[in-house]
Design a binder for this molecule. Structure first.
Ligand code: ZN
Length: 124
């Protein structure tokens, strides 16, 4: 007898994307919102201390989001410099070589938290 295999509907995502992203932005575990993501400034914990969600093993899946946000930062700054040019070249280069890397560096943990939240949301 031929039996028709059952096709199951995909499970609904229990964790809302907005909640996960906000938790990631706050550098908390996107799944439970309790455990800290980082043990230092930018080093991920291996697992969440509260719910045991794998964190470090997912770090490699975040590179695309990190590149896109880095490009967006640089693009926004370059467009800003077109519409609001610096008074002279030295001020422009100083802004470019201090403001852009500085803002990228300062936002790195939060961007990584958001990337991790999206990755966890996609994989649930
Ligand atoms: Zn957790």
């Amino acid at each position: 007898m031929n039996q028709i295999p059952k096709i199951e509907a995909p499970k609904p995502k229990t964790l809302p994307l907005k909640t996960a992203v906000i938790r990631g932005m706050k550098k908390r575990c996107p799944k439970c919102g309790e455990g800290h993501l980082f043990e230092g400034w930018n080093k991920l914990h291996k697992k969440c201390s509260h719910c045991g969600c794998e964190l470090l093993s997912r770090e490699g899946d975040c590179w695309a989001f990190m590149y896109v946000t880095m490009g967006a930062f640089i693009g926004i700054f370059l467009i800003w410099m077109i519409f609001f040019p610096a008074p002279n070249l030295y001020v422009g280069f100083t802004l470019l070589f201090i403001l852009v890397p500085g803002s990228l560096l300062l936002t790195l943990p939060r961007r990584k938290g958001i990337a991790l939240a999206i990755e966890i949301w996609l994989s649930q």
